[in-house]
Design a binder for this molecule. Structure first.
Ligand SMILES: *Cc1c(COP(=O)(O)O)cnc(C)c1O
Length: 473
């Protein structure tokens, strides 16, 4: 800004009409349209009036070219979408707040197709009659889990709600006190039961529940025995829980079903890739569960969805519940889900093709080499306030899957070089990275700032580095 000109008056401000007709405004009008440009320009001229009166403007500030430039920047900033891609360098692979699983290319292509053109979502291509959207993935889910039937809803919370509302209305569902979990985002088993109209019959204690506890709880009001996978915590020490197999045997004896909320749920044995074992859906069905519910976007590596598999008669009942219509998934979800499930038909291809598994099994050597490449770039970007060191660290799977297990990983540690407490400098650094064009999300811990490189695949490394140019610093 030039030095203020005392004799500049509001009369020198160009009229809205003149600006809109000036060649400088042509590109703006063609990009944003007449309505939006005139609205923003009018508002801007209003602020100029005040600035002129305050004597803080120069004649150049009132040139159409300069005004067009200001408005271009303002309108462009306002047009930026609120949901934006970020770099998840938190070390938590399935980060709920960052959107959980990333989809494999096969699923992305299918989603694009489904969005572009009409699809046989509920249209039977054999008969030309009405179809059922569940039928698109039903056979695949049955093949992969050994279940008789399947249905899909919005997320696993919806799956549990729908299952309880259908199978335990005004009747009791028996759950161990050690399994009354709260998942992040206010999903609590006792609350969801209440909303589903099911009555919770708690048995056992926080640390120990015995088969006899289930047995003794069963009465004429009992609708179901339910087990919930302890997703995000572990009960340790003097503990006892009853296996799905045992619970299912007790339920069967009394002619009632057993349901299992697996939470993450996986379709393959993850220990074959060196990951900690999780019960698979197939094992749970084979152990005698009549209904199993699990998430689409946790370890499965697919879109947000809730999968319900199990006995055909129970699934049929669930599908008839009017709530099913309210909780159903759209074509975009189904388009993403089918190719993800299809990948599980060739398990040996999974570590390469299923993005979630690829990230979880990324070789340490690869992340280490990447840390060595990126350290000097980040050091230059951050300046002398921090030293950037490549370092070994630990990642988490996230989303409650295998809560205690951590994966050896590699990344960068930013250590404050000044004297005194680093706190404020760390939060400033965290903010600087978070406000980059493609925000970089890391974490502050142990008086340092950490970027875990597990989720920065090499294909995205150039984009990551490109925004760390000195001008951005
Ligand atoms: C994550 C989880 C849920 C909720 O699943 P969403 O797909 O997030 O709705 C329910 N139960 C358990 C045990 C979970 O781990």
């Amino acid at each position: 800004m030039m030095s203020p000109t005392p004799d500049l008056s509001p009369a020198h401000i160009p009229s809205l009409d003149r600006l809109l007709r000036s060649p400088d405004f042509e590109p703006l009008l063609s990009q944003f349209g007449h309505t939006r440009v005139s609205q923003s320009t009018r508002a801007h001229l209003q602020t100029l009036r005040q600035a002129v009166l305050n004597g803080t403007l120069s004649p150049q500030d009132l040139e159409p070219a300069q005004l067009a430039k200001t408005l271009q920047a303002q309108l462009t900033a306002e047009s930026r979408l609120q949901l934006r891609p970020v770099f998840n360098l938190t070390g938590t692979v399935l980060h709920t707040n960052l959107g959980r699983a990333l989809l494999p290319d096969e699923a992305i292509q299918a989603v694009v197709q489904a969005m572009r053109s009409p699809a046989n979502l509920e249209f039977d291509l054999e008969t030309g009659g009405r179809g059922d959207r569940d039928d698109l993935i039903n056979p695949l889910l049955c093949e992969l889990t050994g279940a008789e039937a399947a249905t899909v809803v919005n997320n696993n919370a919806a799956a549990v709600l729908l299952m309880l509302s259908t199978l335990s209305p005004r009747r009791e569902t028996v759950v161990s006190r050690g399994e009354l979990v709260e998942i992040g985002g206010a999903f609590r088993i006792p609350d969801i039961m209440k909303r589903a109209g099911a009555r919770l019959h708690e048995v056992g204690t926080t640390n120990r529940t015995h088969a006899a506890d289930y047995e003794n709880a069963i009465n004429e009001h009992t609708a179901m025995l339910m087990k919930v996978h302890c997703s995000n915590y572990a009960v340790k020490g003097f503990t006892k829980s009853v296996s799905v197999e045992e619970v299912a045997q007790i339920a069967k004896k009394h002619g009632i079903p057993t349901s299992v909320d697996l939470g993450s749920g996986t379709l393959v044995d993850l220990s074959q890739w060196g990951l900690p074992p999780e019960p698979t859906v197939r094992e749970t069905i084979e152990a005698g569960a009549d209904i199993v519910t699990f998430s689409g976007d946790k370890l499965l590596g697919g879109p947000q969805a809730g999968l319900i598999v199990g006995r055909a008669d129970l699934i049929a009942k669930i599908k008839k519940n009017p709530l099913k219509r309210a909780l159903r998934v759209g074509k975009i979800t189904l388009a993403a889900l089918e190719p993800v499930l299809a990948l599980y038909r060739s398990p040996e291809r999974l570590p390469e093709h299923l993005t979630t598994l690829r990230l979880l099994t990324r070789p340490s050597t690869e992340m280490r080499a990447q840390a060595l490449r990126l350290a000097p770039i980040l050091q230059k970007w951050v300046g002398t306030l921090f030293t950037v060191e490549p370092t070994a660290m630990l990642s988490q799977i996230g989303s409650g899957a295998l809560p205690e297990d951590v994966l050896p990983s590699f990344g960068l540690r930013f250590a404050y070089t000044g004297t005194g407490r680093p706190g404020r400098h760390l939060t400033q650094l965290e903010k600087r990275l978070r406000t980059l064009p493609q925000p970089v999300i890391g974490r502050i811990a142990q008086d340092a700032f950490w970027l875990d490189l597990r989720c920065l695949e090499e294909a995205f490394e150039a984009d990551f580095s490109a925004q760390l140019t000195p001008e951005q610093a």
